[in-house]
Write a new protein. Structure first.
Length: 150
């Protein structure tokens, strides 16, 4: 057997062995971490309470330190400031996102019109009809995705 061919064969065997061992290790780790978690692990990671019937709220990390009432008061005041800053930041993001979306939609519309202009009138009409169907389908899919998340 030629030396180059032997080297390729050895390399292929080594790669196969590494790949196979990775598969076996992944399978073994997956079985170990599977649904057979202990009750103590489940209790330790389970959320403690709910907020207004929404999804359960996880305890805050600082709660693990059992802060005194005075410390809780200071922490609460920190959250008031934080919440105001986050609300302002969220508003800024919504405004920028709205502007971006309008500009994005304009580029899409210009692109579609440029493509429609390539076709004769009857084909351009069919192209626009197909685009409208596509847009309706995408809107329905997005609505279904949003409904699935809620």
């Amino acid at each position: 057997m030629e030396r180059g061919a032997r080297t390729k064969l050895v390399a292929a065997l080594v790669l196969s062995a590494v790949f196979g061992s990775g598969l076996l290790l992944g399978y073994a780790a997956d079985r170990k971490v599977g649904p057979d978690t202990s009750e103590a692990e489940t209790a330790a990671t389970a959320p403690e309470s709910t907020v207004d019937g929404e999804r359960p709220r996880r305890p805050m990390v600082y709660e693990q330190l059992n802060p005194s009432p005075e410390q809780r008061e200071v922490i609460d005041s920190i959250f008031v400031v934080h919440r105001a800053r986050m609300n302002a930041l969220d508003k800024e993001y919504r405004d920028v996102r709205h502007d971006y979306q309008a500009r994005y939609d304009a580029v899409i519309q210009d692109t579609r019109e440029a493509i429609a202009d390539v076709f004769p009138p009857d084909m351009a009409t069919e192209y626009r009809r197909l685009l409208a169907e596509y847009d309706e389908r995408r809107a329905a899919e997005r609505a279904a995705e949003r409904a699935g998340r809620n």
